[in-house]
Ligand binder design. Sequence first.
Ligand SMILES: [Zn+2]
Ligand SMILES: [Zn+2]
Length: 205
Amino acid sequence: MDDDEDLDELLDEVEKKFCRNVSVAASARGGGTSEPGGARRLRNPVEQISSITEDIDELLEELVDEHGGFHQSEREKLPKEPRAEQKPPSQSGGRKCCPVFVGGCSVTNGVGTATSKRSCDQLRCISCDFRVLMFDDCEWDSSCDYLFLRNNVPDRQKLRAKLKKRRGFRAYACQCSWFSSSSSSEPTDLRVQPQLRWVCGKHQD
Ligand SMILES: [Zn+2]
Ligand SMILES: [Zn+2]
């Protein structure tokens, strides 16, 4: 036991003298540097380690300089895709409704989404290729038919012959089909009216 105490004292001394800011001294104590001369040898490995890490740092800096940085080489591994196609819709000249809604006058016009149900005011028919006309506070008379539309769209004045005033309603028509939205504040999803071949023709911001 006496020997151990002596060794501890010796190591403490060595610590104070040579290894002020090096943790190797602490681990050497546990590792058991048995001979007194061993403490002296501690210094060299520490110096070597620090000089090796400096060398590694320099080497890494050279590598980074030569290859233009690690981030660059990582980026080169990624597949090169044209970034133009990933532009947000607002920058590509208009937004489309999804889903597409139609509604009465109480429903706000605009770009419809699942969370923002607005009625589309940019409708186009993919069957007759006409723009869909809208008439606020109107509904179609029951006598309205395909031939009437065929002969009168897109003349708004002539179409009024078969429109009835109805507060809160909104009448829609292309050259081949027609629809009256009720005064309900809840708009109609066009998917539940499959006979209407109307799509959103894009909204300009
Ligand atoms: Zn729309
Ligand atoms: Zn049509």
